[in-house]
Write a protein that binds this ligand. Structure first.
Ligand code: ATP
Length: 363
């Protein structure tokens, strides 16, 4: 009888519930015992009531909800060997040797480390008398499958992360709302959107909202951009446009690596053009609300595939991430994707944008 545990970790995103539901139901369908672990790695370390055995109906009615109903947490304990030892014991006590982690690159890195350490964790638990050799043999391999839940769409190896599409819906709704008031008062709005190192949300939101200008980390504006921007806005106004929308990704920088802030852009426009200009930082509304149809279906497909990947795993199968390639659900090596994602962040920090975009590939 195989046991699977699923948990969500790192920042929440829409569609995580759908993925949890699919893991639980597909797991039960293929004959496994499925546990939901509450509060991410913290719940795994703390054990007890954080482990809930899922029945078919346990996960009904959660797909429509944003965030993650089983909770997520940042967990310092899991970064220590002692914490991981406790987590291992909690899994072994329930004969769980299959883990599905839904989170960002940090959560997937932690999972991979856990898997690499598994044998030595078992040895230590035997040596301190917490488990027997027989139990250790029954639980000798830990299979791990990851799914990327993130609004940023910043993970190498998948075309879409779970939650990015819903965040885009929130951003577009907000821009549309602002556009009506901007137009009434002939205002210019400078809006910051999330995305960390990745300009995906800002770029797609700008395209879909008829924005006049977008600043993204991957493409710092040429020196002299201030004049180009002001000339463009002026030209548009002269053609009868009553409003201006400028989108600034939270990670946007100029050629020298200096952060481009909404206030900077606002001050420029007020000084040069005297337009009535306001700043709106969208903030956490971007994470909330109900998941889009796309994210619900994405979570379903990924969750089902994750269970199938676990069932196919042998002791030699490396940990994988279930991801989207075009319209196909695929399995990609976890370690390689995490390393590539980290390299992108490092190259972006060094202002090497061409390399970062190449590394990120299709996503
Ligand atoms: P997001 O992209 O939303 O930030 P994330 O998964 O990258 O999500 P992190 O805070 O980096 O978020 O990681 C979540 C948790 O995963 C951490 O709180 C920690 O418990 C665990 N974790 C991350 N990195 C490691 C690591 N190197 N070793 C062990 N555990 C880790």
């Amino acid at each position: 009888h195989r046991s699977i545990a699923v948990f969500t970790s790192g920042g929440d995103s829409c569609g995580m519930n759908s993925a949890v539901r699919a893991v639980a139901r597909m797991g039960i369908y293929v004959g496994c015992k499925v546990y939901l672990i509450k509060e991410g790695y913290q719940g795994m370390v703390d054990g007890g009531e954080n482990f809930i055995e899922a029945e078919w109906k346990t996960v009904s009615g959660i797909m429509q909800k944003g965030g993650t109903v089983i909770g997520s947490a940042r967990c310092k304990d899991f970064r220590t060997r002692e914490g991981r030892l406790k987590a291992a014991l909690n899994l072994i006590e329930r004969k769980i040797t299959n883990l599905v982690v839904i989170g960002g690159d940090g959560s997937l890195t932690g999972a991979n480390l856990f898997r690499q350490e598994w044998t030595s964790l078992l040895d230590e638990l035997i040596s301190v008398g917490k488990i027997t050799k027989e139990t250790a043999e029954l639980c000798s391999h830990l299979n791990i499958v990851g799914m990327v839940g993130s609004i940023d769409n910043d993970f190498c190896g998948t075309d879409m992360t779970i939650g990015a599409d819903s965040a885009l819906h929130r951003i577009i709704e907000a821009i549309d709302n602002i556009a009506t008031t901007a137009s009434s008062h002939q205002r210019c709005f400078v809006m910051e959107v999330m995305g960390r190192h990745c300009g995906y949300l800002a770029l797609v939101a700008a395209l879909a909202s008829e924005a006049d200008w977008v600043f993204i980390p991957e493409w710092p504006p040429e020196t002299g951009w201030r004049d180009v921007l002001c000339n463009k806005l002026q030209k548009e106004r002269s053609m009868g446009q009553r409003l201006n929308i400028i989108i600034v990704a939270e990670g946007a920088v100029d050629m020298e690596g200096n952060k481009i802030t909404c206030d900077m852009v606002k001050d420029l426009i007020i000084t040069e053009l005297k337009y009535d200009t306001r700043v709106t930082i969208l903030g956490h509304v971007q994470r909330g609300g109900s998941p889009s149809a796309f994210d619900r279906v994405l979570g379903c497909r990924m969750g089902a595939e994750a269970v199938l990947a676990l069932m196919d795993a042998t002791p030699d199968t490396p940990a994988c991430v279930v991801s989207l390639d075009g319209n196909q659900t695929v399995r990609v090596p976890l370690l390689e994707c995490v390393e590539r994602t980290k390299r992108v962040q490092a190259t972006m920090d060094k202002q090497d944008f061409t390399d970062a975009v190449k590394l990120r590939g299709r996503s």
